[in-house]
Design a protein around this ligand. Structure first.
Ligand code: SAH
Length: 229
């Protein structure tokens, strides 16, 4: 595909995201996504985040393999999760599960800084090189266990988790500012999970509301043997 075909495919994808947002509005409460989120989806070259043979599929609204048994999420899911975070330009955002770096790039378009933790070292290193090549200087990647968050950089205005833990990890709530938002899929591996949007109150409580049934890869405990190849 040449640049013109890629940009046409990206425009069609934006229309599909907008349509899916309308169709799922009863669940998400967001019939129309923020123009800032849509502009970020229009700008980030998703084909750069998948392998060359998958370039033609990069703007189809579905998840794709990124190796190591992991996937880059469906574009609509990236868009709705980003929208639910209600990000401001001055926000510092924590992502758990950097994977290809695509979600981090979308966040980097609308936030001040993005801190992304990835447990598979090869994926973290590839994402680091890719984001540097694409000039995303405001994405910071750390290899480590996302259950611990990134304490040195806390607190965050928003936290997004792109793999599913069985319950909300305490450390991620602790690292959220008052008024901060957490968007996270929760559920057991192999079962349908629920996407939650949570907000931390001034007195430290977490108010959560369920948004959508979703299917994410499981969030692996830090001491699990993962495919580090
Ligand atoms: N956001 C990614 C998609 C991620 S798929 C993108 O845009 O491409 C989920 C990612 O979470 C995988 O890369 C997986 O290795 C990572 N992951 C799973 N468990 C984790 C944990 N405990 N800590 C950090 N990352 C984890």
């Amino acid at each position: 595909m040449d640049e013109q075909e890629l940009s046409l495919a990206r425009e069609r994808l934006l229309e599909e995201i907008a349509a899916e947002a309308r169709h799922t509005a009863d669940w998400t409460g967001r019939a129309v996504l923020s123009p800032r989120v849509m502009a970020a989806m229009a700008k980030v070259p998703r084909h750069e985040f998948v392998s060359a043979p998958d370039h033609a599929l990069a703007y189809v609204n579905r998840p794709l393999s990124i190796g190591h048994g992991q996937t880059i999420s469906q574009p609509y899911i990236v868009a709705i999760m980003t929208d639910l975070l209600d990000i401001n330009e001055s926000d510092r955002v924590l992502e758990i599960g950097c994977g290809s770096g695509y979600q981090a790039a979308v966040l980097a378009e609308i936030a001040k800084d993005v801190y992304s933790v990835e447990v598979v070292p090869t994926l973290a290193e590839e994402a680091r090189l890719r984001l540097a090549r694409l000039n995303y200087a405001n994405v910071h990647i750390r290899i480590g266990d996302g259950y611990a968050g990134w304490p040195d950089q806390a607190p965050f205005d928003a936290v997004i988790v792109t793999s599913a833990p069985p319950s909300i990890p305490d450390a991620l709530v602790d690292q959220l500012k008052a008024g901060g938002r957490l968007v996270i899929p929760v559920g057991r591996a192999g079962e349908t999970q629920t996407l939650y949007r949570c907000e931390r109150t001034a007195d430290g409580r977490l108010v959560r509301s369920s948004k959508l049934p979703v299917a994410f890869v499981p969030m692996v405990p830090g001491d699990t043997e993962v495919d580090k190849g």
